[in-house]
Design a binder for this molecule. Structure first.
Ligand SMILES: NC(=O)c1ccc[n+]([C@@H]2O[C@H](COP(=O)([O-])OP(=O)(O)OC[C@H]3O[C@@H](n4cnc5c(N)ncnc54)[C@H](OP(=O)(O)O)[C@@H]3O)[C@@H](O)[C@H]2O)c1
Length: 261
C-alpha cells in the first residue's frame, strides 16, 4: 500500500470501539489498513471522509490464514501503529456453551492477537519505532461467572501487554493496554448476553473509550482504564477476594438478570 502518511493497522474496525479507534487514527494523520470479519464499507467511508487512505481486509483473525492474509495485505509497508482490538465475548454457563464457540473466543482474543503482534512487533523492533495498542478489559480483573472464558482471555491480554511493554522498553516500541468497562457496542448482542444486567444497562460511549485509548497510545502510556467508575471498580477488584468478585459477576452476567424485564 502506497502511503505518504504514517500507517495504522486497526483490527475489529467494522463496529464499536475498533471503528472509533480507526476514526481517531484517520483524524490524527494516519492512513489505515483495517481488518475484521464482516463488511467494513461504512468504516471505509467514514475514514475517507476524514482525508485518510484506507485498505480493507475481510478475514477471520481467529485463524492463522486470516492473520497471514492481513500481514500479506500490509506487505512491506512500514507500520507505525498497531491497534489490536478485534475480540468477542460469549455469555452463559461454561458447561452450557458450545465448545467450538468457546474455542473461537480463545482463538480470536488470544491466539490471533498474539500472532499479529508477533509478526508486526518484530518489524517495529527492527525499525526502532512503533506504537502498539491492545484492547484488554477491566473484565480481566475479575473471574467472569457466566462469561468465564472471555474474562480469562482478557486477564491474559492485560497481563501480556505489560510484559511485552517491559521487554520492548529500550527499542522505541511502546505497548499500551486499553481497558474499557461495559461499552455500548454490538459486543453483548453477539455474545448472546442481552438478557443480562450488564448487557441491558446503560453503557459507555465507544467514541469516548477510543479517544482515551488513542491518546494513551500516542502518549506511550502502559495502560488506561476508560471511565472514572471503571477506575474505581478496577481499584476495588485488586483488594477484593476472588470469590466475592465471582459472585458480583454472577449478578451482572447471569442470564435473566436483564433490567429490561
Ligand atoms: N463492549 C464492551 O463492553 C467491551 C468492554 C471491554 C473490552 N471490550 C473489547 O473491545 C474490543 C472491541 O469490541 P466491541 O465492544 O467494539 O464489540 P463489537 O462492536 O462486536 O466489535 C468487535 C470487532 O471485532 C471484530 N472481530 C471479532 N472477532 C473477529 C474475528 N475472528 N476476525 C476478525 N474480526 C473479528 C468484529 O468484526 P466482525 O463484526 O466483522 O466480526 C468487530 O469489528 C474487543 O476486544 C472486546 O473484547 C469490549
Amino acid at each position: 500500500m502506497e502511503t505518504a502518511r504514517p500507517l495504522a493497522v486497526v483490527t475489529g474496525a467494522s463496529s464499536g470501539i475498533g471503528l472509533e479507534l480507526a476514526l481517531q487514527c484517520a483524524s490524527n494523520g494516519f492512513d489505515l489498513v483495517i481488518a475484521s470479519d464482516r463488511s467494513q464499507t461504512e468504516a471505509e467511508r467514514e475514514i475517507r471522509a476524514r482525508g485518510a487512505k484506507v485498505r480493507s481486509v475481510i478475514t477471520d483473525l481467529g485463524t492463522e490464514e486470516g492473520i497471514q492474509q492481513l500481514v500479506g495485505a500490509i506487505g512491506g509497508t512500514r507500520v507505525d501503529a498497531l491497534l489490536a482490538n478485534a475480540g468477542q465475548g460469549l455469555g452463559k454457563a461454561f458447561l452450557d456453551q458450545d465448545f467450538a464457540a468457546l474455542r473461537r473466543i480463545v482463538d480470536t482474543n488470544i491466539t490471533g492477537t498474539l500472532a499479529l503482534i508477533h509478526r508486526i512487533g518484530r518489524t517495529m523492533r527492527d525499525q526502532g519505532a512503533g506504537r502498539i495498542l491492545i484492547t484488554g478489559s477491566i473484565a480481566g480483573f475479575m473471574p467472569g461467572t457466566f462469561q468465564a472464558v472471555y474474562n480469562g482471555t482478557k486477564a491474559f491480554i492485560d497481563s501480556f501487554s505489560w510484559a511485552l511493554r517491559n521487554e520492548l522498553q529500550d527499542t522505541g516500541v511502546t505497548v499500551t493496554c486499553l481497558m474499557p468497562g461495559a461499552t455500548e457496542t454490538e459486543f453483548f448482542k453477539r455474545a448472546d448476553m442481552t438478557d443480562t444486567k450488564v448487557g441491558s444497562q446503560e453503557k459507555a460511549d465507544p467514541a469516548a473509550v477510543a479517544r482515551v485509548g488513542f491518546k494513551a497510545m500516542m502518549d506511550g502510556e502502559g495502560d488506561v482504564i476508560a471511565g472514572f467508575k471503571n477506575k474505581l471498580m478496577a481499584a476495588a477488584a485488586h483488594v477484593t477476594p476472588a470469590s466475592v468478585l465471582a459472585e458480583q459477576h454472577r449478578k451482572m452476567a447471569e442470564p435473566g438478570t436483564s433490567e429490561r424485564h
